[in-house]
Design a protein around this ligand. Structure first.
Ligand code: CAA
Length: 380
């Protein structure tokens, strides 16, 4: 990898540690995990290694690491086990991060810490049946009850929700105010009125759950409000900005494994009396995939570095996510092509990464929405 010399010692160390964990513990179970087994014990191991709440300051029980380290860890995990990378990303970027940035002292002590220690898992309840890309159109509503809130509504395709102990729910607290009337709540998934729907069957990422959620008179206390009343949309948008850096790193991880597998296969597989690595079409495919991967990695590192420097990074994160996820479609598809018929078979790893890669164009903002967002930064 060309960026070794531009990483700090700590960033290289974190990457090395995650790589060791992935090779020794995640890789042996990766195929089984992606086939549909939720990796609960690996989530526990990630917590023991300090990989949950990585960017939360040490004073709040987290790893105190920077965004670059988080993204590098994401690339490593994704390169081995796509489903585990979703579990890692949701817990770090979509659950621990909002609690760190917007939680009060009590929420950090009693809710964030168990998420970092791996005792509890969380999920991020934003999307709804009729509010995906148009996140501000959500209909779930929270009404005041004496000291707390009563939530009614539904959420769609919420990652990790089957196993999650808690959910950050975005709900309307004032219909008249549009997106300024959305608030965020922390709810216990075991509470009465909180129903988790069937496990969706997906194209890839089988080991991470996606379920619909239903809230029927779900009661939460006043202390469950995250941030200020009406701050929910801002919370969702800022958290998703950073999450997109991780999705870009994920797409790079998927593609890297496909490149490595393709290179190994091309050296071994023979046709017309020599290894296919000697044929020009294969050489060009491999060269294009490698170039694409390096470009995508530089984009996610750029966005992560801007975030670490406290500078605006919203457009750069969106660019990294769009480029890397589109790139991963080409890279993983070409890897299957290099493998020929074998690439289409479950015995070879590339088809698993090919199926996983599609999700990166869809979640945490479809690429169409993100292109709109990038254009808005340029044109307004
Ligand atoms: N940071 C802070 N504030 C932001 C913001 C950002 N990145 N983006 C927008 N805002 C603020 C704006 O400043 C504006 O505030 P004011 O009214 O005070 O000026 C307000 O939000 C509304 O902004 P827009 O007019 O741009 O909002 P919009 O409704 O036209 O569009 C959108 C917003 C960008 C399309 C947004 O709806 C969006 O990001 N959609 C995609 C949703 C998404 O990513 N969903 C992912 C679901 S979670 C998931 O996928 C997880 C998983 O499975 C693993």
């Amino acid at each position: 990898m060309a960026d070794d010399d531009i990483l700090t010692e700590e960033q290289s160390m974190v990457r090395g540690m995650v790589r060791d964990f992935c090779e020794s513990e995640a890789a042996p179970r990766a195929a089984e995990t992606d086939a549909g087994r939720f990796p609960r014990e690996l989530a526990g191991r990630m917590a023991e290694l300090g990989l949950l709440g990585m960017t939360v300051p040490a004073s709040e029980g987290g790893g105190g690491m920077d965004e670059v380290s988080l993204a590098l860890a994401m690339e490593e995990i994704s390169a081995v086990c796509p489903s585990l990378s979703v579990v890692f990303a949701v817990q770090n970027s979509l659950v621990c991060a909002p609690l760190h940035h917007y939680g009060n002292g009590e929420q950090k002590r009693y809710i964030l810490r168990p998420l970092i220690s791996g005792e509890k898992l969380g999920c991020f309840g934003l999307s709804e049946p009729s509010a995906g890309s148009d996140a501000a159109a959500l209909r779930t509503a929270a009404t005041r009850t004496g000291g707390g809130w009563r939530i009614n509504g539904a959420k769609r395709f919420i990652s990790n929700s089957k196993e999650a102990d808690l959910c950050i729910i975005f709900a309307l607290t004032d219909r008249e105010l549009g997106h300024k009337g959305i608030s965020a709540f922390i709810a216990d998934t075991g509470a009465s009125g909180f129903e988790v729907g069937r496990l969706e069957e997906k194209l890839g990422l089988g080991g991470s759950s996606a379920c619909d959620l239903r809230f029927e008179n779900l009661e939460v206390g006043g202390e469950c409000l995250l941030g200020e009343e009406g701050q929910g949309f801002e919370i969702a948008m800022t958290i998703l900005d950073a999450g997109r850096i991780e999705v870009a790193a994920q797409a790079v991880g998927f593609s890297r494994t496909c490149l490595d597998a393709s290179v190994a296969y091309a050296r071994e597989r023979e046709s017309f009396g020599r290894p296919i690595a000697g044929h020009q079409p294969i050489k060009w495919k491999v060269a294009d995939i490698a170039t694409d991967i390096d470009a995508a990695r530089l984009l996610y590192l750029q966005a992560a570095r801007l975030k670490d420097a406290g500078r605006p990074f919203s457009a750069e994160a969106a660019m990294a996510k769009v480029f890397a996820s589109d790139m991963a479609q080409r890279a993983t598809s070409e890897a299957v092509q290099i493998h020929g018929g074998n690439g289409y078979m479950r015995d070879y790893p590339v088809e698993r990464f090919f199926r996983a890669a599609k999700a990166t164009q869809l979640y945490e903002g479809t690429n169409e929405i993100l292109r709109q967002l990038i254009a808005k930064h340029l044109l307004s």
